[in-house]
Design a protein. Structure first.
Length: 76
């Protein structure tokens, strides 16, 4: 039995620990949750759902760090 799952983060496949939610994924990646927008499987994931959304094998995430008052962003 494996203790990681494969997900795609900003176009790169990465192993992450089993059992994470999206908030835990950010912590695992060392990304502060403020000023970040997340797209999960091509849908914007509201911040209010991060703690209850499980990270599943094959999920695709685009994580964007908002800068300049939110008018521009960069992938993290």
């Amino acid at each position: 039995m494996t203790d990681t799952v494969q997900v795609i983060i900003n176009g790169a496949t990465q192993p992450v620990p089993v059992g994470l939610n999206v908030s835990g994924l950010l912590a695992h990646l060392g990304i502060a949750g403020n000023r970040v927008a997340i797209e999960r499987n091509q849908d914007i994931l509201p911040r209010t759902e991060w703690g209850q959304t499980a990270v599943l094998p094959g999920d695709t995430y685009e994580i964007v760090h908002l800068v300049g008052g939110g008018h521009t962003g960069r992938r993290v």
